[in-house]
Design a protein around this ligand. Structure first.
Ligand code: PBG
Ligand code: ZN
Length: 334
């Protein structure tokens, strides 16, 4: 009988598994799905209002009716969640609009939960959009300049989170980077009867130039100084893990790393170290850069966007917050 000779060594050919699209999908390690995406939305008072953001083509400040349209479209494409930011009519030094029961975000939440009950509504909990000075906390002016006060700020953040939960928010997401805010918010939610409302904390949030276009969208540019006394230095990875550990100890249900693409190492370490549901926030300038290069015909917007989102998944993101959520969901469904 004539048997095939058995090779002394198996031939090492990784390309065997790359021969067809079906085979590549079968052995694919990482999957990107619309169900993992969150769409940020900027809402302000008014009707039929769609104010474009200069550096973010396709992103608008929306009046509640237009916000509902965007949310409806995103949900129809398979996006399960939105993240709401509010732009109030008036700002002050106590961020009153952040916790007003009829504030813009509170109104938007009620509208979304009434019209699209299946859509998850996440609210950004911060004060910067509501403060005249644009900082994420209460400011004290002294001889040595301005300071952002930590503990007095916690009370306002907790009030904001409770007001969002009262309006019907499914998840609250504190983005201020004050120490102890997750514990303060958890305690306030529990006391107000919202012990089932999860907290997604912006746990490792870096002081980043990638937030530039967002500050135009949210009208939250600090009027003096910067955010370096509360957001993290770009070079610090161990500190990021400590920040995440603290937020988890304080009761965070999910944690976030922000920005995303330039911080994939942090994302990976956070996911492998703690194993909690982990979100990546692909921030405004990440979106702007892709849009700008694509508009010049220098890159393929769709391919670059999907590759970047897949890279965030590979690094460890369970959830990705991106301004391209609706587009990506559409592309993934094609
Ligand atoms: C404010 C906040 C910022 C972002 C989300 N929440 C900006 C900042 O810290 O200045 C950034 C989002 C983006 O750039 O897309 N607390
Ligand atoms: Zn803020």
């Amino acid at each position: 009988m004539n048997l095939h000779p058995v090779p002394a060594f198996p031939t090492l050919r990784p390309r065997r598994l790359r021969q067809s699209a079906a085979l590549r999908r079968l052995v694919g390690e990482t999957h990107l799905n619309a169900a993992q995406l969150v769409l940020p939305l900027f809402v302000r008072g008014g009707r039929k209002l769609r104010r474009p953001i200069n550096a973010m083509p396709g992103v608008f400040q929306l009046s509640p009716d237009e916000m509902l349209r965007e949310a409806t479209r995103a949900q129809a494409l398979g996006v399960p969640a939105v993240l709401l930011f509010g732009i109030p009519n008036r700002k002050d030094n106590q961020a009153s609009g952040a916790y007003a029961s009829n504030g813009i975000v509170q109104q938007a939440v009620r509208l979304l939960k009434r019209e699209l009950p299946q859509l998850l509504v996440i609210t950004d909990v911060c004060l910067c959009e509501y403060m005249a000075h644009g900082h994420c906390g209460i400011v004290q002016h002294g001889k040595a300049g301005a300071r952002i006060l930590n503990d007095p700020t916690l009370k306002l953040l907790a009030r904001a989170a409770v007001s969002h939960a009262e309006a019907g928010a499914d998840i609250v997401a504190p983005s201020d980077m004050m120490d102890g805010r997750v514990a303060a918010i958890r305690q306030a939610l529990d006391r107000a009867g919202f012990s089932d409302t999860p907290i997604m904390s912006y746990a490792a949030k870096f002081a980043s130039a990638y937030y530039g276009p967002f500050r135009e969208a949210a009208e939250s540019t600090p009027q003096f100084g910067d955010r370096r006394s509360y957001q993290m230095d770009a070079g610090n990875a161990n500190e990021a893990l400590r920040e995440v550990a603290l937020d988890l100890q304080e009761g965070a249900d999910m944690v976030m790393v922000k920005p995303a693409l330039a911080y994939l190492d942090i994302l990976h370490r956070v996911k492998t170290t703690f194993g909690y549901p982990t979100a990546a926030y692909a921030v405004s300038a990440e979106y702007s850069m892709v849009k700008a290069a694509a508009a010049r015909g220098w890159i393929d917007e769709r391919a670059v966007t999907l590759e970047s989102l897949l890279a965030m998944r590979r690094a460890g993101a369970d959830i990705i917050i991106t301004y391209a959520a609706a587009d990506a969901a559409k592309w993934l469904g094609e």
